[in-house]
Design a protein around this ligand. Structure first.
Ligand code: SF4
Length: 698
């Protein structure tokens, strides 16, 4: 019996795995299998970060895996695009036809073929391994994967050098924790455990978020700033730290670059100015700076847990730069329990070139398409600037019709009769409805994979617990079989999934330990930047980035206002953010009956003053609209919404909503200042009572 399995009884096995979902926690799973059937998925108690507990969503994983609507055989479209009418077809016939269609397109220009994928699984193997090899060998367009985190990622890279930071377990020892742009209780549950430990030991917890989230409820203070004003708040905190001399001058002089210039900029942000921009009080800014500065003064640890919500606005990259700069002002990095954590993903020594084989491109340099602008790009004709029109789209690990911004344009693109679309999926999602072929994909319980995390520093291995259901195939196997049909004879297309797991980290991680325990903790220092040593070009925390200046950008971070404000968007006076509903994770889990039954319907939270001004009340079906379209949902008058901001909880599948659209009907394709990311939370709308609603749910 392989050593990562345990056998509690004769016909029962427990298999070690990893949660594949887009969540910083990357939990270790333990799947109970009885007579070949997965009966229970629980957290592995031996993994310290997981501590035996999973979130509600993934503890329902067997419900999702054995869902009666799982796609379990290849399907070929028989109706109009979007009608969702398909007939079963054999794998042979589906793959033969897909290969032939791709070959015909590639014969005139392989760049007319586009992969579209993201974090439907975070696994390195079922994500971009064999898939990337296939598309590189083909010479297809490259995809810029920006949909979630690239603005914040670039903000970190240009300040502290990489997606690195505090080790999450040290938050338990912090004296002050600022949770900035994160609803940790719903989307970073295992961090919350550490924050609670700190609180029980006397730490103060402050939540900064436009929405009064479940996390804000539990913190000592909540600062409900307007969306897209986090950079202004950070600058004003700096102004207060300077004015009151709550600074670590030695840290600033030895381990930072550009302090004098940043100091001059921050001094332009007295609390009165920031309060007007952020929609909060002067006293709140002064108190926040005092709490943060007191830590410097008293030699105590102050920690910031940033998450990606705050960077989904025009100035998201700069805001992250400013917040990531704060620990250096007070020398917070001197403590293991001080500093900032937004993502730990650069800690992992992933051998991407081995997994993805960009060398298979040879001399070719295909164009790159940004996944955030798929709505516009699918509708572009051939041009010298753009290159060939997109003729084929292979979608895996993503549901762009539901999750990409400006859905009306996305739907129009996907509905093109001359677009050949293949979707590899577990379910007939909104995107799958537009496919020419739907190919049944395996779930995490049915395949090998290996993981990194963006919330801790452990590598996790996922072993298959059960055989693939029905005719489902792994993503890797589909690309192997397509490669064979296209005549790609390179030996790398013969690598098995276990080979790929071993290649992911090479010798940097002990694979035998992974097989035995299911996880390996990377050796990382407790206080990585106590004496500088940032992975920036200068080795310092870069308040000033020469790399950005060389690109013609401001080398210093600044507050960058939203694209959409009440002034720029007359007629649309409410700012809308669209965080995930508590029981959903992006568009995953929306169709799991028990979770859907909890969420019931798409909801818009609104403050009582904004509701009264529009003569709407809780329970009304409302029309939320702007120039890009409209969206119907159930109104909830709630203290979770601050005045002037509505919270459109997502991301519902369009066809499971009230009138066939979802919140992304309203979001725009405008991009962030850094990282070319979408600006989901930079969106002005108006709300009115709906006239009449025809349910679309079937
Ligand atoms: S908390 Fe996150 S990583 Fe853990 S099971 Fe839930 S979604 Fe997966």
């Amino acid at each position: 019996m392989p050593h990562c399995q345990t056998r509690p009884s004769e016909n029962t096995l427990q298999i070690k795995g990893a949660c594949p979902h887009d969540c910083p926690d990357t939990c270790a799973l333990l799947t109970t299998v009885e007579n070949g059937i997965a009966t229970k998925v629980q957290g592995n108690p031996a993994h310290p970060q997981t501590d035996g507990a999973l979130c509600t969503k993934v503890s329902r994983y067997t419900e999702r895996t054995y869902h009666p609507e799982r796609v379990l055989q290849p399907l070929r479209r028989v109706g109009a695009k979007g009608a969702g009418q398909f007939e079963p077809v054999s794998w042979e016939s589906a793959l033969d036809d897909i290969a032939a269609r791709l070959q015909t397109i590639a014969a005139h220009d392989p760049q007319a073929i586009l992969p579209y994928s993201y974090a439907g699984t975070m696994g390195l193997v079922q994500g971009e391994s064999m898939a990337a090899r296939f598309f590189h060998r083909l010479g297809a367009s490259l995809l810029e994967r920006t949909i979630c985190a690239s603005a914040g990622g670039e903000g970190l890279v240009h300040t502290i050098g990489a997606k690195v930071g505090m080790r999450v377990e040290y938050f338990a020892q912090s004296r002050l924790i600022i949770i900035w742009g994160s609803n940790s209780i719903t989307s970073n549950l295992h961090f919350w455990r550490y924050a609670n430990q700190a609180r029980r030991a006397g730490a103060k917890l402050i939540c900064i978020d436009p929405r009064k989230t479940e996390t804000a409820d539990k913190c000592d203070e909540h600062i409900a700033l307007l969306p897209g004003t986090d950079g202004a708040l950070a600058l004003s905190v700096m102004q207060q730290l300077i004015t009151h001399d709550w600074l670590d001058h030695a840290y600033l002089s030895h381990y930072t670059l550009g302090w004098e210039a940043l100091r001059a900029r921050a001094l332009q942000w007295p609390p009165e100015r920031a309060a007007a921009v952020c929609g909060i009080s002067v006293a709140q800014i002064e108190a926040l700076a005092r709490d943060y500065g007191a830590c410097a003064h008293n030699g105590q640890s102050a920690a910031i847990r940033m998450n990606y919500g705050l960077q989904r606005v025009h100035g998201g990259g700069n805001a992250v730069r400013l917040i990531a700069a704060l620990p250096a002002l007070i020398g917070a990095w001197r403590h293991a329990a001080g500093g900032v954590l937004m993502s730990s993903s650069s800690t992992f020594p992933v051998q991407r070139a081995k997994l993805e084989r960009p060398d298979l491109l040879g001399e070719r340099r295909p164009r790159t398409i940004n996944m955030a602008t798929i709505g516009d790009d699918l509708l572009r004709a051939d041009s010298a600037d753009f290159g060939p029109k997109i003729e084929a789209l292979l979608v895996y690990n993503s549901n762009p019709v539901a999750i990409a911004p400006d859905s009306a344009r996305v739907v129009q693109g996907f509905a093109r009769e001359d677009l050949f679309t293949v979707v590899m999926e577990h379910f007939q999602t909104d995107t799958a409805d537009y496919a020419d072929y739907i190919l049944p994909a395996t779930t995490q319980l049915e395949h090998w994979d290996i993981h990194r995390s963006y919330g801790h520093t452990d590598v996790l291995l996922n072993r298959p617990a059960i055989a693939p259901l029905g005719q489902a195939k792994t993503n890797t196997q589909v690309f192997r079989e397509l490669a064979l049909r296209l005549g790609f004879v390179d030996v790398c297309f013969s690598d098995s999934d276990e080979d790929l797991c071993r290649q992911a980290y090479g010798d940097a991680v002990d694979f035998d330990q992974l097989l035995e325990h299911g996880f390996v903790t990377l050796p990382t220092p407790a206080a990585p930047f106590a004496q500088g040593g940032f992975p920036t070009p200068s080795g310092k925390c870069e308040f000033f980035s020469q790399r950005l200046a060389d690109r013609g950008l401001d080398g210093l971070p600044d507050h960058v206002p939203n694209h959409e404000t009440a002034q720029t968007s007359p007629g649309y006076p409410l700012a809308m953010i669209s965080p995930p509903a508590r029981n959903f994770l992006n568009s995953s889990f929306v169709n799991v009956p028990s979770l859907q039954a909890t969420e019931l319907e798409p909801v818009l939270e609104i403050h009582q003053d904004d509701a009264a001004a529009r003569q709407v009340q809780s329970g009304d079906v409302v029309r939320v609209f702007n120039d890009r379209g409209d969206y119907h949902c159930r109104l909830r008058v709630s203290p979770r919404a601050r005045p002037g901001v509505v919270n459109g909880l997502g991301v519902w599948w369009r066809k499971l909503g009230l009138q066939g659209t979802n919140v992304n009907q309203l979001t725009s394709q405008a991009l962030t200042d850094l990282g070319h990311a979408p600006t989901f939370y930079d969106c002005m709308v108006q709300v009115e009572r709906a006239q009449r609603v025809e349910p679309t749910r079937t």
